[in-house]
Structure formats: C-alpha cells, structure tokens
Design a protein around this ligand. Sequence first.
Ligand SMILES: C[S@@+](CC[C@H](N)C(=O)[O-])C[C@H]1O[C@@H](n2cnc3c(N)ncnc32)[C@H](O)[C@@H]1O
Length: 358
Amino acid sequence: MVPQMMEANPAEMFAGKMMDMLNGAALAMMTSIGHRTGLFDTMSMMHPATSVEIAETAGLNERYVREWLGAMTTGGIVMYDPEVRTYMLPPEHAAFLTRAAAPNNIAASSQFVSVLGAVEDGIVDCFHKGGGLPYEAYTRFHAVMADESAQSVGCKLFDFILPLAPDVMQKLETGARAADFGCGMGRSLRKMAGAYLMSDFVGFDISKEVINTAQREANMEGLMNLRFQQRDVAAMEMDEELDVAFAFDSIHDQAHPDRMLTNIYRALKPGGVFLIQEIQGHTHVHDNLEHPMAPFVYTVSCMHCMSVSLSQGGMGLGAAWGEELAESMLLAAGFKDITKHRAEGDLMSTFFVARKPK
Ligand SMILES: C[S@@+](CC[C@H](N)C(=O)[O-])C[C@H]1O[C@@H](n2cnc3c(N)ncnc32)[C@H](O)[C@@H]1O
C-alpha cells in the first residue's frame, strides 16, 4: 500500500500563522528594548555569559534582563546553555541587531512597533470618526525616524544616493545651494555639509522641536554652511534659488504633497536636480503581494503616515502610495527625466532623480 501524504489542514496552518504573528509582535517590542538598552550591542561584545554578568556589563537591572533573555532565547534570537546558564548572541544574529550592523540593524526599525502601539487608542478613534493624529501624539517619533534614516539614507549617501546624479556631486563640490524638505533631525544634511564645505545647505521642517534639535547638533559640530528653519513646505515661495533639493521619506506623509512638489520645482533653478528617497512599493495592493515588508509598510502608514496627513485635512497618501503615483505626481509638478533606483539588498527604499529642465 502506498502511504498517503498528510494533507495540511488550512485552519491549523492559519492558526499557526496567527501564533507566529503574536510571538513576532511580542519579540518586536523586546527587540526594540534590546536596541534602546544597548543589550544587543553589549552581548555582541561578550562571550557566553550569565544574566548577572550581562546585566552588570550593560548597567541594567538583572531581573528585567533575565526576563528579556527568556523572550530572546525562546524566540530563537539568543542561544542558551542550561548546563552553565549562559546566554550568547550569535554573530550571525548580531549582524542584524546591533548599532555596528547599520544599515542592516532591524532592531532600530523595530522601535516603530512600540511607537505605534502607544497611539492605538487614538487610531481606533480615527477608525470611527475619521481624521488623524498629529505628529505630537507620537512619543519619540523624531528620534526613531532619525535612527531609521541613518540607515536608509545616511549609510548610503555618498556611495549610492549622490552618485545617482553625478552632476549633483560635481555641483556640491564646486559650490551649490541645496535644501532638504521635511528634513527631520537633518543628520544626512549634516554629513553633506561636513563633506562639501563650498556649498550651502538648509533644512526645512514644520516641527519646531525637531528644527531646534537639528540646529543644536549642527552648531555642536561647528558647521557654518548649514542652517535649519521651521517652515511649512506646502506654503513656501522660493523662486529659482536652489541647485539641488532633497526629500528623504518626507513626501508621502505631507498634508499637501502636491503643493510641496510644486514648491520644490519652483525653488529649483533651471537645470536643478531633485533627489528623493521614498518607501519601496507599488500603488495597487495586489502588486505588493510579493513585497516582503508590505504588512509593515501598510501598518506604519495606517498608524502614522496617513494619519498625520489626515489630521491636517490632508490627502492622506500614506507610505504605500507607491512608485507609480510618485512618478505621476512628480510629472504633474513639472519634473522631467525622472529615473527610479533601488539599492541592492534594500527592501524598503526607492530612490528617484527628477530634473527641472534647463
Ligand atoms: C517621515 S519624517 C522624515 C524626516 C527626515 N527626512 C528623515 O528622513 O529622517 C517626515 C518629516 O516631514 C516633516 N513635515 C511634515 N509636514 C511638513 C510640512 N508641511 N512642512 C515641513 N515639514 C513637514 C515632519 O515634521 C517630519 O520631520
């Protein structure tokens, strides 16, 4: 008799998927804590060690560290030797969890799960009443965004993003005027200002808090060619002043992204270049089925990007607005010669180069 293959039970398979989801969500929060407390960084430098040794080295409370290690061990992130009661972070795992691992530090991105969990009540209200939550509702948003941006933009600025437009590098070397629209903490601008001393850089953001922090950090570095201004990029009236414009992850969560793009187009001199980093994905949901990070993108979008835009009576494009809509909005604003790029191994970002005709 030929043995029959056991048919997988779809209901059981789905229940398993849901349990994986619960465990994954819990581990994402613990991973965020591991990043913020420096536990991953500490463990990556240690030989197998007890919870007491790990807590002491990290300067943390042992009881909390031991419970965290319980989650990490049962979640398959940390290895445990019951004979000697030691824990170890394998180097292959540290390669995705430590600050030294940037741009591959998934622990930094996991902070978004906790930031979003804290606003669930407000988002549930929005499901009933519409509207959205303002930026101020999100504790630590700008700090977490700066962490994320250091990976998605900062780490590839000089070897991938700027070389997408070789004429931009040339302009910056010889002396150009450049602006970053929706700059947040402006850490990429700081890197560029430090590297291209002949050029002038300005960062615009609507948040006073973030502009103050960005300016303070730039002052501490003594960067004389960089300033930050609190401005609404949808209501700016710059006329042919800039050689280069940047927008890193900042178009889709605008209240009025169409006005922002028109204003950037007007602010550029003829022949000016616009360099953009946006979230990778397509405009239609069925085209995102193979996107390995699509549920994460739609979740961040629903609980933050779309919501902050709707809170201002905006378009609410959301993070999953997609490359097709991005291109059509750039064209509608007047940009030409738009090219689209993805960096190898980067599942989250798409980069565009768009030009104002000479
Ligand atoms: C997703 S964050 C990106 C920040 C930064 N570019 C980065 O990559 O870290 C979007 C930024 O756009 C800013 N923003 C939103 N609406 C704006 C507006 N109307 N004018 C200027 N900045 C705005 C927010 O304050 C926030 O700092």
